[in-house]
Write a protein that binds this ligand. Structure first.
Ligand code: BG6
Length: 486
C-alpha cells in the first residue's frame, strides 16, 4: 500500500465514534502500511487528558481488533497527541494550529491536513468557521474535512450546516461519510451492474418489475435514544443509506469510474426523485414502532425515550422515480430495528416473459427471475432461474445460482471506515456524498416527515418479528409482495 502523509485532527477524540470506529480503522491502515512514519493524530475534546492517558484509550479501543501485537500497537499509539479543546475558544485553535505545525515538521507530513468532525453536528459550523478564522488550513499540502451524519435533520438545517462548512472548505475538500458506501457489496453492486452483458442491457423498466431494499436490524435503539428520539428511522436510515443504495441501483452508467462521473450520474438520478405531495407520502409510506417481547423492552420503555413517543423505529415505503428509464418500476424500501434478524439486502425482480410456451403443456408456471445482492451479514449474490424438473413431464423448477464470499475473506477485508478514511487520505471522493445529493434527498424526506407529523398511523410490531403488517399491505395493494429475505 502506498503510504499517505497527513496530520489528522479529530474533533471528538474522546467520543464513542472515535473509539469504536476511527481508532480501529486508523490502526488497520497502519497495519497495512497506508499510515506509517509520516502521520500524527491530534485528538481533541473538552476534558483535560495527557497524551499518555489518550494513548491508553487508543490501546483500549484496539482490544478486539485483529492484526494487533503489543509492539505495533505501541508504535501506532505513539503517533497520537491530545489537546483539550473548547470549540468556541479562538485561542484553542491557535494552540491546535501550532501543534499541527510542530507535528508536521516532526513527522514530515508534507503540510497535509485532514480534519475529522466526530462530534455532535451542532458544533460543526463553529469549528469550521474557526478553522478558517484562525487559519488552521495549511498552505502547502491538502486540506480535507471528513464529516459524519447526521447531516442536518431536514433540508433547512442541512443547508445551514452546509453553508457553514462551505465558509471554510470547498466542495471538493469535503468528505461526507455515508458508511454504507464503504461496504464491500455496495461497491460490488456497481461491478455487477456495469460489467455483465447479462445484466447491463436489461437494467431498466422493460425488464425489471420492482426493486426491494431491506435494511433490517436486530438491535434496538441501544444507548442512543437521545439522538434517536429527535431522528427516527426515516432520517436515520432512509434519507442517507437507503437513498444512496437506490442511487447505486438506479443511476445511469457513469462514462468513466471517476468521482466526477459517478456523482454526475447520482445527481441526475436524484433529480428524478419525485416532488411528493403529503397525500402521496401518506399513501406510500408506513411507519412503525417496536413493542416489548418476553425478553426485550418496547421502544417506549427504553431509557431516555418518552413514554408516549411517536418516533418510528420502522419505515417502509414505495418510491417511484420520475425517470423515463424507470417509469412504472416501484422501489420498495424498508428498514427497522428489533426485527427478526440483521439483513441488508437488495432484490431486483425481473418481469415475466409475455408468453410461456410450456403453459400449453400444463407445466407449472415459470417464476420471475430475481437477483438478490446480499450486503450483510452474508455477502454475495443469488440469481434465480427457471429450469426443468427431471422426468418425462415438462414441469418447471426454480433453482438459485448462488455465490457467497467465505467468512475468512469477509473477516480479512477492510471495514467500511477503513476504506473510507483511506479514500479521503488519497483524495478519492467517489464513495462520499455531495451536497446536491443531500439537498434532493432531504427535500423528498421532508414531505414524508411532514405528512406524518400532521397525523398518520404508527403501526406497532413485536420485537423479533418481521415488522408491521401494514408494510406487507403496502405492497399487496399494488400487486407486489416482499421477497422473503429475513
Ligand atoms: C447508522 C444508524 O447510520 O447505521 C444506526 O445511525 C444503524 O441507527 C446503523 O444501527 C446500521 O449500520 P450497519 O453498518 O450496522 O448496517
Amino acid at each position: 500500500a502506498k503510504e499517505q502523509a497527513s496530520i489528522i485532527t479529530i474533533f471528538g477524540g474522546s467520543g464513542d465514534l472515535a473509539r469504536r470506529k476511527l481508532y480501529p480503522a486508523l490502526y488497520q491502515l497502519y497495519h497495512r502500511g497506508v499510515l506509517a512514519d509520516h502521520f500524527a493524530v491530534i485528538g481533541t475534546a473538552r476534558r483535560p487528558w495527557s497524551d499518555e492517558f489518550y494513548r491508553d484509550i487508543i490501546r483500549e479501543s484496539l482490544q478486539d481488533e485483529p492484526n494487533t501485537d503489543e509492539e505495533t500497537v505501541a508504535s501506532f499509539a505513539s503517533h497520537f497527541y491530545y489537546q483539550s479543546h473548547d470549540v468556541t475558544d479562538a485561542d484553542h485553535y491557535i494552540t491546535l494550529k501550532n501543534l499541527s505545525q510542530k507535528l508536521d515538521d516532526q513527522y514530515e507530513a508534507k503540510g497535509n491536513r485532514l480534519f475529522y468532525m466526530a462530534m455532535a453536528p451542532r458544533f460543526f459550523g463553529t469549528i469550521a468557521s474557526h478553522i478558517r478564522s484562525e487559519n488552521l488550513l495549511s498552505a502547502k499540502g491538502y486540506n480535507r474535512l471528513i464529516i459524519e451524519k447526521p447531516f442536518g435533520r431536514d433540508y433547512d438545517s442541512a443547508k445551514e450546516l452546509n453553508d457553514s462548512i462551505g465558509a471554510a472548505f470547498n466542495e471538493d475538500q469535503v468528505y461526507r461519510i455515508d458508511h454504507y458506501l464503504g461496504k464491500e457489496m455496495v461497491q460490488g453492486l456497481l461491478a455487477l451492474r456495469f460489467t455483465n452483458p447479462l445484466l447491463t442491457p436489461i437494467w431498466n423498466k422493460d425488464y425489471i418489475s420492482d426493486v426491494q431494499i431491506t435494511l433490517a436490524e436486530k438491535v434496538g435503539v441501544e444507548e442512543r435514544a437521545g439522538y434517536y428520539e429527535t431522528a427516527g428511522a426515516l432520517r436515520d436510515m432512509v434519507q442517507n443509506h437507503i437513498m444512496q443504495l437506490i442511487a447505486y441501483v438506479a443511476m445511469q452508467q457513469p462514462t468513466t469510474f471517476t468521482p466526477e462521473e459517478v456523482h454526475k450520474s447520482k445527481n441526475k438520478l436524484f433529480a428524478h426523485l419525485p416532488v411528493l405531495t403529503e397525500e402521496d407520502a401518506k399513501r406510500n409510506w408506513v411507519r412503525g414502532q417496536y413493542l416489548a417481547s418476553a425478553s426485550q423492552k418496547g421502544y417506549r420503555q427504553e431509557d431516555n425515550v418518552d413514554e408516549n413517543s411517536n418516533i418510528e423505529t420502522y419505515v417502509a415505503g414505495r418510491i417511484d422515480l420520475d425517470d423515463p428509464r424507470w417509469t412504472g418500476v416501484p422501489f420498495f424500501v424498508r428498514t427497522g430495528k428489533r426485527l427478526a434478524k440483521k439483513a441488508t439486502e437488495i432484490a431486483i425482480n425481473f418481469k415475466p416473459l409475455s408468453h410461456n410456451i410450456f403453459d400449453a403443456v400444463g407445466s407449472k408456471e415459470a417464476r420471475v427471475n430475481r437477483l438478490t445482492v446480499y450486503v450483510e451479514p452474508e455477502q454475495g449474490y443469488t440469481l434465480t432461474l427457471n429450469g426443468k424438473t427431471i422426468g418425462a413431464d415438462y414441469d418447471l423448477r426454480q433453482d438459485p445460482l448462488s455465490f457467497r464470499y467465505s467468512q475468512d475473506v469477509i473477516d480479512a477485508a477492510p471495514e467500511a471506515y477503513e476504506r473510507l478514511i483511506r479514500d479521503a487520505l488519497r483524495g478519492d471522493q467517489t464513495n462520499f456524498t455531495r451536497w446536491p445529493e443531500q439537498e434532493a434527498t432531504w427535500k423528498y424526506i421532508d414531505v414524508v416527515r411532514k405528512a406524518w407529523d400532521d397525523g398518520a398511523d404508527l403501526a406497532m410490531y413485536n420485537s423479533g418479528s418481521h415488522g408491521p403488517a401494514a408494510a406487507d399491505k403496502l405492497l399487496e395493494r399494488d400487486g407486489y409482495s416482499w421477497a422473503e429475505t429475513f
